[in-house]
Design a binder for this molecule. Structure first.
Ligand SMILES: [Fe+2]
Ligand SMILES: [Fe+2]
Length: 275
């Protein structure tokens, strides 16, 4: 097994007190509909995606794994299960706000059921490790993202808690893959498929929600371009470092723990009052 180069502290399953108020604004991220729906689009794929990850890791992890890694898998399952639960609670707010999301969720679930039935477990695990690289990458930048300071406090807490735990467990699926199916091309194929699935489905969901905003008169079609430009300008500083991280996963000797954002993650959790 490829060991992580960093000390491996206990991965903790936290149960933060998250409340989603009934009067949460429709466009809770800096008042920008495009920015909000980009996040909401990701939010819609998280719960079923995270259950897919848990299953892929479980289907590949056998008794031969190092006991330390097996205990990390249990914590990984606990964290991902909790993320799915909290993000799904937020779906109720979206529906109460008038968004129609059930049809999208049904199609996405059918796609994942199909993947679980037809794809071999090692490929599902490789997709999981690749998707976890994205969640860890988003997480790493979330701690320093000034846009998040303009998010509604409830959503800011949800996102930063999730980001911190993605950082904490970012090596788990990768290490199970390395221990059980170490081929670099399987890892790279999983990464390509994770990229297509994650961005394909979440971008589709974001567009669907923006369309619903326009139909409901919450957003003028003419404003979409300006809001997209504002989002791109706010994120411009992250474009190059993010591309470098995305490329790094392709290297044969890549390991998720070659960067360590845990100090920022723990500082953020302390700031949010999450023990
Ligand atoms: Fe997660
Ligand atoms: Fe994760």
């Amino acid at each position: 097994m490829n060991g992580s180069p960093l000390p491996r502290p206990k991965i903790e399953v936290r149960t933060p007190d998250l409340a989603f108020p009934a009067d949460l604004p429709h466009h809770w991220l800096a008042g920008n509909a495009v920015a909000t729906q980009v996040f909401n689009g990701l939010n819609l794929v998280f719960p079923d995606g995270e259950r897919f990850f848990i299953r892929a890791v479980r289907d590949c992890a056998g008794d031969s794994l190092d006991p330390a890694l097996r205990s990390e898998i249990r914590a990984f399952n606990g964290q991902e299960g909790r993320h799915a639960y909290e993000h799904e609670r937020y779906f109720e707010v979206l529906e109460a706000q008038g968004y129609r999301v059930k049809g999208f969720l049904r199609v996405f679930r059918r796609f994942l059921d199909w993947s679980n039935r037809l794809m071999p477990a090692p490929l599902r695990l490789a997709i999981t490790a690749g998707a976890e690289h994205y969640t860890a990458t988003f997480g790493a930048f979330a701690f320093e993202d000034p846009l998040l300071d303009q998010a509604h406090p409830s959503m800011k807490k949800l996102m930063l808690w999730h980001a911190a735990e993605e950082i904490e467990h970012k090596h788990v699926a990768f290490d199970v893959l390395q221990a059980t199916h170490p081929g670099v091309w399987l890892r790279r194929l999983g990464y390509v498929l994770a990229t297509l699935d994650l961005f394909g489905f979440s971008a589709f969901a974001a567009r669907m929600l923006l369309r619903q905003d326009v139909q409901a008169g919450r957003l003028r079609r003419a404003d979409v371009k300006g809001q997209r430009a504002a989002l791109q300008a706010a994120q411009a500083q992250f474009a190059e470092p993010m591309k470098a991280r995305v490329r790094a996963y392709w290297r044969a000797d890549f390991h998720p723990s070659e960067t360590d954002e845990r100090p920022q993650a723990y500082a953020k959790l302390a700031e949010l009052g999450i023990a």
